[in-house]
Ligand binder design. Structure first.
Ligand SMILES: N[C@@H](CCC(=O)N[C@@H](CS)C(=O)NCC(=O)O)C(=O)O
Length: 234
């Protein structure tokens, strides 16, 4: 049993992936509990409050000793200093958290494009609204978010030459955008060269490359935040 227990749906990378990537790059062991024998049933128990402390609203949830944390950005903020995935300075740590929270906001918009009316309805039941929203996402929101991430990169990585959890999260974000909107993403590429270079640099790091080639990495699919519906990508 590892010191860190991650509770997140198996079958999708989803919002578990930024946390997995931080552990993988750090070379720190974690248990991906729902990928164990009990499968996704364990998530219902966690959401019912079984781990103690504050009952989580939604996964991902991380348990470390008697500490239970939910929300991607809060989990990363908690683990990063312990696993060496954020610089020491208070300014850098505050900036890292702000960037991760902005990634969270962007992911919600990437989700809401295929669920613009309700999460409880199928995409097929909200296609005209999705199409309308996709135009604004592609033309306004994607350039704004990705352009903002671009200007936050100060060197090879966000914090100069030191990799942090923000870089592994941006890597996965850019990969998700390319999966969901390959055409829009190709058109935007020239405006975000540093983000693309960062993506490739993260992918080539030995531990990340080994992870990506392993069965621990679940491919993107259409049950996830990032979904590929070609009709939205015009
Ligand atoms: N802000 C949260 C969002 C968590 C979230 O939306 N989780 C999804 C699964 S990926 C969920 O179960 N949502 C249920 C709901 O919103 O009712 C985070 O960053 O972790």
């Amino acid at each position: 049993v590892a010191d860190y227990q991650l509770y997140y749906w198996s079958g999708i990378p989803g919002r578990g992936e930024p946390i997995r990537l931080a552990f993988e790059e750090a070379g720190v062991a974690y248990d991906d509990v729902a990928r164990g024998p009990e499968g996704n049933k364990v998530i219902a128990r966690v959401l019912a409050g079984e781990l103690g402390g504050l009952k989580p609203f939604a996964p991902p949830v991380l348990k470390h000793g008697d500490v239970v944390v939910s929300h991607v950005a809060a989990i990363l903020q908690y683990i990063a200093p312990r696993i060496g995935m954020v610089p020491d300075g208070e300014r850098e740590r505050a900036a890292a958290h702000a960037i991760e929270l902005t990634i969270t906001d962007f992911w919600l918009e990437m989700h809401d494009v295929h669920h613009p009316i309700a999460m409880s309805l199928y995409y097929e039941d909200q296609k005209p609204e999705s199409k309308r929203r996709a135009k604004h996402l592609i033309e306004e929101r994607m350039p704004k978010y990705l352009g903002w991430f671009e200007q936050a990169i100060s060197g090879d990585y966000v914090f100069g030459n030191t990799i942090s959890y923000v870089d592994t999260s941006l890597f996965h974000t850019l990969a998700g955008v390319a999966f969901a909107f390959p055409r829009a993403s190709a058109r935007l590429a020239a405006t975000i060269p540093k983000l693309h270079a960062l993506h490739d640099r993260v992918a080539a790091r030995p531990r990340i490359a080994a992870y990506l080639a392993s069965p621990r990495r679940t491919p993107f699919n259409n049950h996830d935040v990032f979904r590929h519906y070609p009709e939205l990508d015009d």
